[in-house]
Design a binder for this molecule. Structure first.
Ligand code: AMP
Ligand code: GLY
Length: 424
């Protein structure tokens, strides 16, 4: 069996690693991949700006049995449609379903139309109307660029000036087309939690919950990032809350199906656990990064079987098994991330880190330099992940492993999982 994974971050390394452990022993390709995937798969260069390149690549390597799409942008651009048209099985939703992440207003309208709990919101196509609504509504308020903005299009504004500035930024083209439409929504208070599910458009199988840490600095200070660390399970999520979140994902998939849209892939629900119960902050149409790095190591079921069942619409034949152990990942980032940072810094200590029991170091932004040394190649560089009987042990092992690794400018949060541990 031959499988091609699209993407090159920590999420894709975690996917490739899980696939490599399958009893099917698939031959793996990863495009573009990174220094970590290169150990388990054949890395292939690709320009993902054009989703047609994925189909061309599959042809060039003589066909595959499955394409797994890691990041959202190719999905929103219709890579799953192109693959389907060429008869190539794909794990990842078609463009109409990927609109759940591609347009915040599309997602919001679907939720409002189907009574799915979420923050109240309005949509605006010019700054005057948005400004008038803001003046009337007041702060705090959340300003969201409608389209894909690489995680930068959301501002939780505590005062009017910040909100006005964010609106201005969207309409002045800071996010390109993504900001031509702006969603203004009420602020929700509570803890955040991600629940991802596998779905073939009919059956929805939830994964285990995870909590991300989106801010760059300890104590949830500093700018928003793609995610600085995560852990699973999430003790604050009880069975009733989990059931509510699962029901929300099921209703979302069913609502799309009513519109003739069959969702095949991972549906990621970003929830705020409010006093009134879980409410949807956002949907993503793919695995979370770094959530995948703590969820996939807990999956007992063969990931190849799950992904083939999703792609072929036979997920009802499967049940998922999960390890009781906890997983926790600490992201090691380049100095300056999420703003500008330098690349090409030599990395040392990964072997020593992986000698700590239960530790896997997923590569997020690395590559092999000219002389074969591993160097930094992105904002998020490594995800140091530990699996252990308890969250506390996972945290201790992950940080012990972190202490073995170094590269110039390395930055990480020292408080991943702290909230869960202080509440436990
Ligand atoms: P999104 O891309 O929509 O998930 O937004 C990114 C982050 O902004 C979320 O993870 C939350 O931390 C925050 N956020 C988004 N919407 C809201 C909201 N309605 N209330 C409070 N925080 C929000
Ligand atoms: N960790 C957040 C995301 O993947 O969108």
């Amino acid at each position: 069996m031959r499988i091609l994974v699209i993407g090159g971050g920590g999420r894709e390394h975690a996917i490739v690693k899980a696939l490599s452990e399958s009893r099917h022993a698939p031959e793996l390709f990863c495009a573009p991949g990174n220094g970590g995937t290169a150990e388990l798969a054949q890395n292939l260069p690709i320009d993902l700006e054009d989703p047609g390149n994925v189909v061309d690549l599959v042809r060039r390597i003589g066909g595959v049995d499955l394409v797994v799409v890691g990041p959202e942008a190719p999905l929103v651009m219709g890579v799953a449609n192109l693959l389907a048209a060429s008869g190539i099985p794909c794990f990842g939703p078609k463009a109409a379903a990927a609109e759940l992440e591609g347009s915040k207003w599309f997602a919001k309208r679907l939720m409002l139309d189907h009574g799915i709990p979420t923050a109240r919101a309005e949509v605006f196509e010019n700054r005057e109307a948005a400004g008038a609504y803001l003046a009337d509504h007041g702060a705090p308020i959340v300003v969201k660029a409608d389209g894909l903005a690489a995680g930068k299009g959301v501002t939780v504004a505590r005062d009017l000036e910040t909100a006005m500035h964010a609106i201005e930024e969207c309409f002045s083209g800071a996010f390109g087309e993504a900001g031509e439409v702006v969603v203004l929504e009420d602020v929700l208070e509570g803890q955040e939690c991600s629940l991802l599910a596998f779905t073939d458009g009919t059956t929805v199988l939830p994964m285990v919950p995870a909590q991300d840490h989106k801010r760059a600095l300890d104590g949830d200070e500093g700018p928003n990032t793609g995610g600085m660390g995560a852990y699973s399970p999430v003790p604050v999520v009880d069975d009733a809350t989990l059931a509510e979140m699962t029901a929300i994902l099921e209703r979302t998939v069913a609502a799309l199906r009513e519109q003739g849209v069959v969702y095949q892939g991972v549906l990621y629900g970003g929830f705020m656990l409010t006093a009134e119960g879980p409410k949807v902050l956002e949907f993503n149409v793919r695995f979370g990064d770094p959530e995948a790095q703590v969820v996939l190591p807990r999956l007992k079921t063969d990931l190849v079987d799950v992904m083939l069942a999703v792609a072929s619409g036979t997920l009802s034949d499967l049940t998922l098994g999960w390890r009781d152990e906890a997983a926790l990942t600490v992201v090691l980032a380049s100095g300056g991330y999420p703003d500008s940072y330098e690349k090409g810094k030599p990395i040392s200590g990964i072997e020593e880190a992986e000698a700590v029991p239960g530790v896997t170091v997923y590569h997020a932004g690395t590559k092999r330099g000219d002389n074969g040394t591993l160097v930094t190649d992105g904002g998020r560089v490594l995800d140091v992940t530990a699996v252990a009987p308890t969250l506390r042990e996972a945290r201790d092992r992950a940080y012990e492993a972190v202490s073995k690794i170094s590269f110039e400018g390395m930055h990480y949060r020292t408080d991943i999982g702290m909230r869960a541990l202080s509440e436990a």
